[in-house]
Design a protein around this ligand. Structure first.
Ligand SMILES: [Zn+2]
Length: 316
């Protein structure tokens, strides 16, 4: 079973060992009372659905879950998941195993999405894959030689904090010019606003910004798709930053694929091809030839599928 725990919904899926989704459902995340209802709600929902599907704990290899916050994988605890109102350490593994009788394991949400795309999506189940999620923030996960990288403090794959402009915008992490400040959904709009101050030519995007309209990154990509000259300039800037970050990742890790996912990646081939062009500019020949920039394929299912793949490891 795979669980994708988010700030608004908890998604669940029951999968075969080959990664095929058999059942899928979701519940709302109740973050009231410092998130005290979240784990009991998950346990209740699992037990109710097992009953519904006429299944029991013995039918499962295990449960894997992706969660926001800092994860202690050995203890099975989570701390600092602020969008869940979890400020103190939560003994998630202990509570879920006790409540369901099924072995449980967890990892952070970006890592889990990386596992999902690598296993059943754009990664073609290759041994070396990097996943970048472009949404309200920018995150990532790195699979090298078939294993997720975690690092000394569990921070490996924090691609959003790669510096792409040392004099750039301030980031929530306290430093300047992180990829997240320019390539997240809000970052893209921020770049558009900054560039619009200097742009003089005709442009619908420029006009709408000057009129004080609330624009989204989706609007900007749509206008670029319609060949608005200023929107194209903004998109080119964003893709330069992404291509620079991807180039550095490529030179360092040489994965077979760098996969772009998250809401912003809905921009599709326009985004992919431009990032790929800059990527080629910033990588050395062997990497340019062997590392591909790809678009994610699983959308919202990457999390539950990757989470379930964590449970396969419990079998060993
Ligand atoms: Zn940062």
């Amino acid at each position: 079973m795979g669980i994708d725990l988010g700030g608004t919904t908890v998604k669940f899926a029951i999968l075969t060992k080959d990664g095929e989704i058999q059942q899928k459902w979701s519940i709302q995340t109740n973050i009231l009372d410092e998130g005290a209802h979240i784990v009991p709600d998950i346990v209740e929902s699992i037990n109710r659905h097992l009953h519904l599907y006429n299944m029991s704990a013995e039918d499962f290899l295990g449960i894997g879950m992706g969660t926001p916050g800092s994860v202690d994988r050995n203890k099975g605890t989570v701390v600092g998941a602020y969008n869940l109102n979890w400020k103190t350490t939560q003994p998630v593994k202990e509570q879920i195993e006790k409540g369901t009788g099924i072995t449980f394991t967890l990892d952070n949400d970006a890592n889990v999405a990386a596992l999902g795309e690598r296993w059943q999506g754009a990664g073609d189940n290759a041994s070396d894959v990097v996943f970048i999620t472009l949404g309200t923030g920018v995150g990532g996960g790195i699979v090298m030689e078939n294993e997720l990288l975690h690092g000394a403090a569990g921070c490996a794959g924090e691609i959003g904090h790669i510096t792409v402009d040392p004099n750039g915008f301030e980031c929530t992490c306290g430093k300047k010019g992180c990829l997240e400040t320019v390539a997240s959904a809000t970052g893209i709009v921020r770049v558009a606003r900054q560039l619009s101050e200097e742009y003089a030519g005709p442009s619908t995007l420029k006009q709408r910004l000057d009129d004080g309209e609330e624009l989204t990154s989706k609007d900007i990509f749509e206008l670029a798709e319609a060949e608005d000259p200023f929107a194209l300039m903004v998109v080119d800037h964003i893709c330069f930053y992404l291509g620079l970050a991807c180039g550095n990742i490529g030179n360092l890790l040489n994965p077979s694929a760098l996969i772009l996912g998250g809401g912003v990646s809905a921009a599709g081939e326009l985004l992919r091809s431009k990032v790929s062009n800059y990527f080629k500019q910033f990588t050395f020949p062997q990497v340019t030839e062997s590392t591909q920039i790809k678009l994610a394929q699983l959308g919202n299912d990457a999390g539950i599928i990757g989470a379930a793949s964590l449970a396969l490891k419990l079998e060993r």
